[in-house]
Design a protein around this ligand. Structure first.
Ligand SMILES: Cc1cc2nc3c(=O)[nH]c(=O)nc-3n(C[C@H](O)[C@H](O)[C@H](O)COP(=O)(O)OP(=O)(O)OC[C@H]3O[C@@H](n4cnc5c(N)ncnc54)[C@H](O)[C@@H]3O)c2cc1C
Length: 598
């Protein structure tokens, strides 16, 4: 039976026929791997996700974690699933052999993780955070911190969190007030309150490793004064055994619209409930150097942003497959050509408008998954670059694609979930079917890891203009390469290439026009619209890449790719024209709107 979580056929096409992931095994880092090892781990992930994660997805939603003032209670199926995940050695998939990892390409790791996010976002939230946390420590922490915290995380004995947000500092991290006071022994004591911390409290693991942003008194103001600390829930003895309870406590759980299986917490640091070493204050260990915390955290956030995009995609993908299955089974109405009211009703997939909703979903979710995997491959190229040029090229492109890879799936795969509900009609609006939960779960993705608006400002105000427009040029170059390949193939591909080239040239011209007059406020006022237009151009490019890879191949799978690509070019790409006109005009409607006029 075909899975309704993801399409393995599509993953195989993207990984092997398009991105040539097998080719990565020519690089030293991946030399121990082969198509067989990649297929083996993909099979394993599908099995573990299907057997242990998917079955309690609805249960997790209906029975969210509770807190009695002392302990958090979580349904037992979550621990069983996470245990299976850890026992299958999946936490270490992409980590170095020297940390006990399997050193798989990040691209394969991404494809693997999508199975878990599609099956159960709530439960997969714990390893998701843990992997990001461990990755940051490997990149920036001392060997001692890595030995003490990363290894147990990769074994599944500890889980990790990221503690950035505070009630008064969400988008604006410059305004955090949590402070870290240095002690003579080189440690710090952390005092303050963190809001929204996912996975911040539970008893799923022996320990929780919080990565906390805090300011050291006397440091520079704003983001330049932010440092990063490891603050474990329990201190760890030099031999690795669990020691005293640290002074970090759960103040309460947040009650969410979706994503309910992952605890979301308000944490108090240093309130004096516990007194490690005889004194109040949460013991913290500085990561790297003082005042460089935000830069380190961005390391994690960039990968987390790709992961959030992947999460949105996975939820969109499973919703699409479920609505497809439903549309094939649900009989309702007759063809507009049918004159006989006593004729049998037809499956709704026979109606053009239902096919439109399914095609829209297919074009969004397959486009988004392809974009996520493309970006993951750039991470692999960055890590294994054979020349400085290759590394800087991959970095420039990844930089500009990251806000898109986070935001585009968060917007359009959420729309896919809305369409999946619509395909189900009234049944889709009930909790008996899965799709309403997917929509609620997915609604988080445009909010966390930098809201949609923040991503728009990052794309237009930073990424598009950085290093003299180097990232924008890298994107233009990659896109032109695809257009050239499409032109060479001729026919419909060449026509799509012409449409893409024209739109991308307009996008580049509009970007320059927006800044030409020096009115930064007007240029930035519509940065979310810029993000959306840019995103559609990126995904049109990614679709053309897929169509070139499918060229000359026959069968339903490839015909389906071609039709979904056509759909994107006919129904979606044209939406960018009015958006680009608006951007070029430096429209001031939003800026000029007075607070009093609302
Ligand atoms: C379920 C959930 C899980 C989370 N998990 C974590 C976690 O594990 N760790 C963690 O640290 N945080 C976490 N967060 C916090 C999340 O990252 C923040 O909610 C997010 O960054 C937005 O901050 P905020 O909620 O304070 O909204 P605000 O920053 O108040 O934003 C409100 C609105 O104003 C807009 N806005 C804000 N500033 C500007 C500006 N300068 N220009 C234009 N528009 C602006 C925003 O785009 C948004 O639309 C989580 C949040 C949720 C809901």
């Amino acid at each position: 039976m075909r899975s309704t979580l993801l399409s393995r056929r599509d993953l195989d096409f993207l990984l092997y026929e398009w991105l040539d992931v097998e080719g990565l095994t020519a690089r030293e880092r991946f030399a121990d791997h082969s198509r067989e090892t990649f297929d083996g781990v993909l099979d394993l992930c599908e099995q573990v996700a299907t057997k242990y994660f998917a079955p309690h997805n609805k249960l997790n939603d209906a029975n969210e974690p509770t807190f009695d003032g002392d302990r958090v209670t979580i349904i037992p199926e979550v621990a069983t699933a996470l245990d299976a995940f850890a026992k299958a050695d999946l936490l270490g998939m992409t980590f170095d052999n020297r940390f006990g990892g399997a050193q798989l390409p990040f691209t394969v790791g991404t494809a693997c993780f999508a199975w878990f996010q599609a099956a159960n976002v709530g439960t997969s939230g714990y390893p998701f955070l843990t992997l990001g946390n461990a990755n940051l420590l490997v990149a920036h922490a001392s060997d001692e911190l890595i030995d003490t915290y990363v290894r147990p995380m990769l074994d599944g004995r500890f889980f990790g969190t990221m503690c950035l947000s505070e009630t008064q500092a969400g988008s604006s991290l410059a305004d955090i007030v949590t402070r870290a006071e240095p002690r003579d022994d080189g440690t710090y004591r952390v005092f303050g309150n963190k809001m929204w911390i996912s996975g911040g409290d539970h008893e799923l693991t022996e320990n929780i490793v919080h990565l906390v942003l805090a300011k050291i008194p006397g440091g520079p103001a704003g983001t330049k004064g932010i440092s990063l600390f490891v603050v474990p829930r329990f201190l760890v003895h030099p031999d690795g055994s669990i020691g005293e309870r640290n002074d970090v406590v759960l103040a309460g759980l947040n009650h969410k619209m979706g994503f309910r299986g992952t605890t979301n917490t308000v944490l108090n640091f240093g309130e004096g409930r516990y007194t490690p070493g005889g004194a109040a204050g949460a013991v913290g260990y500085l990561v790297g150097e003082q005042h460089r915390g935000l830069a380190y955290m961005f390391h994690m956030m960039n990968e987390a942003r790709l992961g959030v995009g992947l999460c949105a995609t996975s939820l969109g993908y499973t919703g699409y497959l479920k609505s497809l299955e439903y549309a094939r089974a649900r009989e309702q109405g007759r063809s507009p050509l049918s004159k006989d009211p006593s004729a049998a009703q037809v499956p709704i997939i026979g109606h053009a408008d239902v096919k439109r909703m399914l095609l829209a979903q297919k074009s969004y979710v397959e486009g988004a998954l392809a974009l996520n995997l493309y970006c993951s491959r750039l991470v692999d190229l960055q890590h294994t670059a054979e020349s400085d040029d290759e590394r800087s090229g991959a970095t420039a492109l990844l930089d500009i694609l990251t806000p898109v890879a986070k935001s585009w799936p968060s917007q359009w795969c959420l729309e896919a979930n809305s369409l999946a509900i619509q395909v189900h009609g009234g049944y889709g609006y009930t909790r008996e079917y899965d799709v309403e939960q997917h929509y609620r779960d997915n609604r988080l993705n445009p909010i966390h890891e930098g809201t949609h608006g923040i991503q728009g400002m990052d794309l237009l105000g930073r990424k598009a203009v950085q290093n003299g427009g180097a990232s924008l040029l890298a994107f233009g170059g990659a896109l032109s390469g695809t257009v050239a390949a499409a032109t060479e193939r001729g026919g419909e591909l060449a026509e799509l290439g012409v449409a893409l080239q024209a739109t991308s040239q307009r996008l580049l011209a509009v970007t320059a026009e927006m800044f030409a007059g020096g009115d930064i406020e007007a240029a930035m006022a519509n940065s979310s619209i810029y993000l959306e237009a840019f995103g559609h151009v990126v995904v049109a490019w990614i679709w053309l890449e897929q169509l070139v890879a499918a060229d000359g191949k026959t069968g339903d799978f490839y015909d389906g790719k071609r039709q979904a690509g056509r759909y994107f070019y006919r129904y979606e790409l044209p939406k960018t024209a009015p958006q680009l006109d608006l951007l070029a005009s430096l429209d001031r409607t939003t800026l000029d709107m007075s607070d009093a006029w609302f």
